[in-house]
Design a protein around this ligand. Structure first.
Ligand SMILES: [Zn+2]
Length: 204
């Protein structure tokens, strides 16, 4: 079975994860920390980066990407809902926006099967990545430990967030939640907070 390495945090306190197969092939979830930290983690794990999956395209989850693309020629995928607004989201003082391709469903790397769950609300193209045979879900800025992502930013939508959270809570309660900021949690622990989250969303 594969393993996971957590890369924390860089200037924006955002977390990336390496999901590494038994053969040492890795998928990077988000690229917010400096590329150097990600490259160091890959070499410490003896892993080869195959693909980058982005939970959404806010700058604090993607600024490591241009350098990774330069060093490794790696391909990055995100949901079309965020690709449409990427030119607006990318901080142009970081240079030209990196190339990001549309996500087209399930991703397989060796024995790893990664199922994207479209969870709009924080952004239109926010995605959680569920790996059922490892019992983990990477939730980006949709769900945190004891909190949910902001919906008051441009492109945020409280009603979509509501539906997304309700759908996420259908996962098995033992599923580990690995968010884009802060500590891990579980679906079961967050299900206990769901009513409170829904109340926040309805009160705006
Ligand atoms: Zn965000």
């Amino acid at each position: 079975m594969g393993r996971i390495s957590r890369i924390c945090c860089g200037p924006y306190e955002s977390i990336s994860y390496l999901l590494i197969s038994e053969k040492g092939n890795a998928v990077l979830i988000d690229s917010g920390p400096p590329a150097e930290d990600i490259l160091n983690a890959l070499s410490a794990e003896g892993a080869r980066l195959e693909l980058v999956l982005l939970t959404h395209l806010h700058f604090d989850h993607v600024t490591g990407l241009p350098e990774l693309e330069d060093h490794l020629g790696v391909r990055a995928l995100a949901h079309r809902g965020d690709l449409e607004i990427f030119p607006e989201l990318w901080p142009h003082d970081y240079g030209p926006a990196p190339e990001v391709h549309p996500l087209e469903g399930e991703v397989r790397v060796d024995e790893l099967v990664i199922e994207p769950i479209h969870t709009p609300g924080h952004t239109p193209g926010s995605v959680c990545y569920y790996v059922s045979n490892m019992g983990v879900v990477f939730t980006g800025d949709t769900l945190f430990k004891g909190n949910i992502g902001r919906v008051d930013l441009r492109h945020g939508d409280p009603e979509e967030m509501r539906d997304s959270l309700v759908r996420l809570m259908d996962l098995d309660p033992s599923t580990f939640v690995l968010p884009g900021h802060g500590e891990p949690t579980t679906i079961g622990a967050e299900r206990a907070n769901l009513n409170e989250y829904l109340r926040w969303l309805s009160e705006g």
